[in-house]
Design a binder for this molecule. Structure first.
Ligand code: SAM
Ligand code: SF4
Length: 325
């Protein structure tokens, strides 16, 4: 079995695949109201091309894939891609990150395509606040999506980006909401990304502050069991069944344990979320030069920086929707 290891001795076994830079929402922390400039259809990798890259990557030591975007479910026929990927030998884990808007429509097809795990992003349980945070779409669609996914018995994690004064009054509501559905909720620290139209650091809330708020429900017990392959720290509220994840990219950088590469919808392989440039896999792939694609994957691993230097004062030039969050 091949392994990919970078200069800092980190094993790289996880690839995040963005299938589109388009989205049906405009979350204030991610995209400008007018959206982002969209790639022409010919620039975007076809499903067969993505699947070829994933197959090559699996042969080199990647065994976990997350499909993301933009909003992956706005890409027509997405279940077909999931079917192609889930059928690849050697893959241990496949998941999809979605804003849930189209989940009620696609849950059954996604399940039939071999998908078992979903991360659903939802930042508020209040429809008026939803209109303010997501700007497009309706909360009811997301809630219907969560219910539909529950019926299909997906393993679900909710992702909530915490913003002080916007949704921090809902932390406990989210815990109860998730507990009622026996799913895990994860609170994410706000990151300063391009496209973010709420630039104020005042909105930022650290994982520690979130933890403090959670103690209103009981003592928190750190869990060391694995609930995923990412950087979340998990806690249980003693005396309850609630499992909560905290993702703290700003206050508690987890770069030392980073295990991932990111493929953009137009075929650029990024060593890190904040890499200025990516390595173009599309050109050699379209010329049938798979050897070169494999070399570029090796090179991306080699180029992985030791850590990110995101902070609220630096220039935000990385579009999460484009790179694939
Ligand atoms: N559209 C899908 C969704 O929203 O789940 C997938 C793509 S989205 C870029 C992936 C994740 O990145 C979401 O959970 C979203 O909340 C998170 N995200 C986007 N911008 C962020 C930011 N500035 N800080 C923290 N998380 C962010
Ligand atoms: Fe769209 Fe996801 Fe970005 Fe929100 S976070 S604008 S749903 S890509």
């Amino acid at each position: 079995m091949e392994e990919l290891t970078d200069k800092f001795n980190r094993r790289i076994d996880y690839l995040r695949v963005s299938v589109t830079d388009r989205c049906n929402l405009r979350c204030v922390y991610c995209m400008p109201q007018c959206g982002v400039s969209q790639k022409a259809p010919g620039e975007i990798l076809a499903f067969e091309e993505i699947s070829r890259i994933v197959k090559l990557a699996i042969g080199m030591g990647i065994d976990k894939i997350k499909v993301t975007g933009g909003e992956p479910l706005v890409r027509k026929g997405l279940p077909r891609l999931l079917h192609l990927i889930s059928s690849l030998a050697g893959l241990k884990d496949l998941s999809l990150t979605t804003n849930g808007m189209l989940l009620a429509r696609y849950s059954k097809e996604l399940k039939a395509a071999g998908l078992k795990k979903l991360n659903i992003s939802i930042d508020t349980l209040d429809s008026q606040k939803f209109a303010h945070i997501a700007r497009f779409g309706k909360l009811d669609n997301v809630l219907a999506g969560i219910d539909a996914a529950g019926k299909e018995k997906f393993l679900i994690k909710l992702n909530v980006v915490m913003m002080k004064g916007l949704n921090d009054d809902e932390i406990l509501d989210f815990v109860r909401f998730a507990q009622d559905r026996q799913i895990i909720v994860r609170f994410i620290e706000l990151m300063p990304m391009a496209g973010n139209s709420i630039l104020s650091e005042d909105l930022y809330m650290s994982g520690e502050e979130i933890k403090q708020r959670l103690t209103a429900l009981g003592n928190l017990k750190r869990l060391y069991a694995k609930f995923g392959h990412g950087p979340a720290q998990y806690y249980k509220i003693e005396g309850t069944q609630a499992i909560i994840g905290l993702i703290s990219p700003m206050s508690c950088k987890f770069c030392f344990s980073c295990n991932r590469l990111r493929l953009t919808a137009d075929g650029m392989l990024k060593p890190c979320l904040v890499s200025e440039q990516g390595l173009d896999l599309k050109r050699p792939l379209r010329f049938g030069e798979e050897e070169e694609v494999a070399q570029l994957i090796q090179q991306a691993v080699f180029l992985k920086p030791q850590g990110h230097h995101l902070d609220f004062n630096s220039q935000r030039q990385y579009l999460m929707s484009e790179i694939g969050g």
